[in-house]
Design a protein. Structure first.
Length: 149
């Protein structure tokens, strides 16, 4: 009988680990659309296409931006002569100080796709990739940073 309990316990531990891991995974536009089908159905075909691709445009409201990009990593405000703007910042990560993962002596150590992600975190550096600027409840401007190597 004890031999039967070991596989069940192992399965329960594996299932719990998988549930924990999957709960922490980033959502995608498709998963956010499945969670908000009514909102998505109200949009024009062009807006729906952009959201499916994870893109936003000037004139989008906050709910549309959340469908496309998810929750921002940071919120901020800016005041200028025209009034107050709300700024949503989305972060991405560069490997080893901004160099592509497959360049340099550290290829096998840091960039091997089989190297566990949690060990690779030490070589990753956050940087702001996208800023969405709202004025009066709609997107007024989008700032996108691109890395060129």
């Amino acid at each position: 009988m004890p031999a039967m309990k070991t596989p069940k316990l192992l399965m329960m531990i594996t299932a719990a680990w998988a549930a924990f891991f999957l709960a922490g995974c980033a959502t995608t536009p498709a998963s956010r659309i499945r969670q908000n089908p009514e909102l998505f159905a109200q949009l024009t075909p062009d807006q729906q296409d952009m959201i499916r691709r994870g893109q936003v445009a000037v004139g989008f409201n906050a709910e549309m931006v959340r469908l496309a990009l998810g929750e921002p990593d940071r919120y901020g405000t800016r005041q200028d002569a025209d009034g107050t703007s709300e700024i949503w910042s989305y972060t991405t990560y560069d490997a080893d100080g901004g160099y592509p993962l497959y360049r340099g002596w550290y290829h096998r150590y840091w960039a091997d796709p089989m190297y566990p992600y949690y060990l690779n975190v030490a070589a990753r550096h956050p940087r702001e990739q996208l800023r969405v600027i709202f004025r009066n409840g709609t997107v007024n401007a989008i700032e996108h940073e691109e890395r060129r190597y």
